[in-house]
Design a protein around this ligand. Structure first.
Ligand code: ADP
Ligand SMILES: O=c1ccn([C@@H]2O[C@H](COP(=O)(O)O)[C@@H](O)[C@H]2O)c(=O)[nH]1
Length: 216
């Protein structure tokens, strides 16, 4: 029997808008039903360019909110392979050292692939890989509060480094690249990663797609 072509769903939007929480909630609530080969998540952040050739001071100056910080060409190559039911070796990124780890993650195609990241809809090649494009439209001030809390606890940051980075790059790049990319979205979600109705709507669509017979 011919394997089903994976359906790729992008979840884009500003940093700390709830993309990860939204994707993980959908994944965790469907994994038992769909099984390991049914649904998985890929993170755009894993495709930040390696910076091990730079000093720590130089890495701290990088604009991580500009499209050039990502190896989008590798991500679109990987998504194209997955749609052909090929396995990929996904990079692993570390926020604390701002580098890729010396390891990769073997990632096998699943029927549904959720891809989450800030700049997924800003890149034409990537957009062409997505079957459904979702944008988390959480107000920027709410995102900032959540980002401060998260980055202090999970990403080894000080309040000063989070606020400096926010003013220097996060906020301007949001207005230049992320907010305009909303125009490409099929579905715009308000109120972040806990919007229960939005979670249920996407789950229902995934269930419907998962029941389709193999394509001829
Ligand atoms: N609706 C919400 N209410 C409260 N906290 C939330 C909500 N959505 C997300 N968060 C929290 O905000 C932080 C950032 O969310 P996250 O999903 O990591 O955002 P993103 O992946 O868009 O950067 C996390 O600590 C998460 O648990
Ligand atoms: O080394 C790094 C890499 C990324 N960032 C920041 O992360 C966010 C994107 O991740 P989210 O999970 O969507 O928040 C982006 O805004 C970068 O500024 C970083 O600080 N350091």
């Amino acid at each position: 029997m011919k394997p089903i072509k994976p359906t790729i769903i992008a979840i884009a939007g500003p940093s700390a808008s709830g993309k990860t929480l939204f994707a993980k909630t959908i994944h965790d609530e469907l994994i038992e039903e769909l099984g390991e080969s049914g649904i998985s998540i890929i993170y755009e952040d894993a495709y930040y360019r390696d910076q091990s050739h730079l000093s720590m001071q130089e890495r701290e100056q990088t604009n991580y909110d500009h499209p050039s910080a990502f190896e989008h060409e590798l991500l679109s190559e990987h998504l194209n392979k997955l749609t052909k039911n090929q396995t990929i070796n996904s990079p692993v990124y570390c926020y604390k050292t701002h580098t890729r780890l010396n390891e990769s993650k073997i990632f096998s195609p699943t029927k549904i692939i959720l891809v989450e990241g800030i700049l997924l809809l800003s890149n034409k090649e990537l957009r062409e890989c997505f079957d459904i494009k979702v944008y988390m439209d959480t107000p920027l001030d709410i995102c900032l509060i959540r980002r401060i809390k998260r980055d202090l606890v999970e990403r080894n940051r000080s309040i000063e480094s989070v606020t400096n980075q926010y003013l220097a790059t996060v906020r301007p790049m949001y207005y230049q690249f992320i907010e305009p990319s909303k125009a490409w979205a099929d579905i715009v979600i308000t109120r972040g990663g806990k919007n229960r109705m939005a979670i249920e709507v996407i789950k229902a669509k995934i269930r419907q797609l998962s029941q389709l017979p193999p394509q001829q």
